[in-house]
Design a protein around this ligand. Sequence first.
Ligand code: F6P
Length: 326
Amino acid sequence: MAKIKKIGVLTSGGDAPGMNAAIRAVTRTGIYNRLKVIGIRHGYEGMINGHFKELKAHSVSDIIQKGGTILKTARSKTFRTIEGRKQAYEKLKAEGMDAVVVIGGDGTLTGARKFSEEFDIPFVGIPGTIDNDIYGTDYTIGYDTALNTVVEAIDKIRDTASSHNRLFFIEVMGRDAGFIAYRSGIACGAEAILIPEIKGQVEGLKDFLEKGFKRRKSANIIIVSEGDESGGAFSIAKKVKKDFVDYDVRVSILGHMQRGGTPSAYDRVTASLFGHAAVQALMDDQKSVMVGMDNGEISHCTFNKAIKKNKTLDVEKMDIAEILSI
Ligand code: F6P
């Protein structure tokens, strides 16, 4: 394969704290290796529309500590069509781009896989989503920061829950996965955690609340993952309210605050390592792979595997959460 000289970098899908650290690492690793680095704005949408701007080493100064993404992001419907991807290819060719690093979650990697099957410009992926739901990496950029944001918010809610002896249903993000709910639940000592990976939890919850009420637990925090089968925190709260009229029930949806804020040290370091590894992978002639973390070491996983396989949450450990909340 001809030596690559010019690479693009983009962020796509939901933003995640640490994406800027990854952009910085891609840019500076590229420049260090005498590559031209082009920032593609607004994700795949920007690729289709040719929104390109060269990034110099100083273009990524003072961003490692910032949430969001300086390149902006989007969920592109057009890139899901073959016409859209063809248009993107033509823009990349016209710009003389030899390879692209994409930073994002499941949708971003799915787009990258399709494009790589159809066209001859190599793509390498970096997992960036607060959901941590990508197979082939223990860890996705943004997860640690989001978790800390959630924990801080729930600690505050517990103060008021205890003062009023209330039962709180707190909904956290994680479209199809319960990673944020599960870990924040353990970290906050939640009385129960409802996640999409486990079915039929509502009956058990009623049982649990029955016992809790008898024991006069002063406050209860129930964490509900947004993708849970119960239909979200409002819906489950409504059901529970009917059976437990003595409980003073409140609902709190944490929402998009979970996606913002200064990235944690862990996210900054991981994103920096991922950015460096992604450029290295392209220079080693790799393509259609996502860089990731496997037991503390940088790993590579094909787009195919990363998308098609489901990353499983170790549901057996839910027992521990239950034991610790008696
Ligand atoms: O994938 C990250 C995520 O924050 C999910 O947890 C959530 O379901 C989704 O994005 C929300 O997306 P949007 O910002 O487009 O509403």
